[in-house]
Write a protein that binds this ligand. Sequence first.
Ligand SMILES: [Zn+2]
Length: 456
Amino acid sequence: MKIIKAGIVILFFIFCGVLKSQTLEDEAVGWLQNYIQIDTINPPGNEYRAVDFLAEIFEAEGIEYQTAESAPGRGNIWARLEGGNEPGLILLQHSDVVPADEEFWTIPVLSGAIRDGVILGRGARDMKGLGTLQLATFIALHRSGVELNRDVVFLATADEEAGGMFGVGWLIENRPEIFEDIGILLNEGGGGSRVGQSVVFSVEVTQKVPVWLRLYAIDQPGHGSSPRTTSSVTRIVQALNTLLENPFPPRIIGPVNEYFSALSVDMEEEWAGSYANIQSAINDPNFVAKLHDARPGHNSLIRDTCSMTRMSGSNKINVIPPTAWAELDCRILPDKPADQFISELDDLIGYTGVEIQKIMAFTPAISETNSRLYRAIDSVTQELHPGSRVLPSVSTGFTDSHFTRDLGIISYGFNPIITSRGEHTGVHGNDEQVGEEAFRRGVGDFYAVVRNVVID
Ligand SMILES: [Zn+2]
């Protein structure tokens, strides 16, 4: 009898062991490793492979899903859990990743292996890691069978890394029903960081607006031996020089003010005072110059910028060409329309005779922080990480959120995975990686935030 009892106890522990080995965290680690191994390097993308991978998981769970190819091989997939009448929530991820130069990696680029406690491979951070947290949350909600106060949509799209025209941009045009009745959305763009003992979660609420321009000049062509007073090339050079000598004046928009003020709390004394009062600090040219020099990323948050990236004149050294051009990657703060910026730029450099041509421009949009979703991020992260803080942030780059903000959907960049300052992440770089423990913790944390919003 005793032996049988002992046997039952042993069996019980073995059974528990088996159960334990199948926690959501374990599953998520496995999913992430497999997801990384799928080659969705863009170009060319081949995101249909990610669609197949996700479809297989949904099928095993009995979750209905839909797919659409925006072009051959450019797959998109979405699934919806039906809920109550509150405006729906989209969990948005892109399944493509950027190329990598194998030569500079210490492991195969699409490894997915775990080494020294980190999960390695292109996409571990951007953004198959966060994408897997979204997947795990979606699956867990489905398994729980609990009543939702709103629809929850899982959406994995193609092409974000190349602008999203075969992904979110295409879906908005061709599958608008996905976005109907949606009020809130979680995407990449934010993150948790540990500075000393304190943890800060940044929630991206807006981003600099790309305005890509070509300056185009026409003038008399001629022989290089007899220059005239002006040429197409001198006009371009003069316009660029004017731009160089007249940086756009700093100005502080609401979210940047909040962001700098929150950053000031953990900042070295040298910077803290100015960050806390950034609105007045920008009146000091010395501070502005020092910021630009030491922290170009933060300088980009206090003004419009134009990077000079491409130019072309003659194709022969002794020929003065009839036309010349230069291209500018301008990023403007999201408080004015692109056309107004272009007209201001024209006031500045128009005297040189160059024409400003618009290559591409997005519309500016800011997601307000006065929402249930933001409050959920704030309260749940504080509960899970006592003493942590949440702060709204502005991204200098852009994500697919600009598409959904244009639709009026409150879109936040939020990622609960905590990175220590200075920790190597390899986003768009070499040996991209995410700490396994931080990722595991993120599984439960992301689920807790979403639950707080979708369950009453
Ligand atoms: Zn990304």
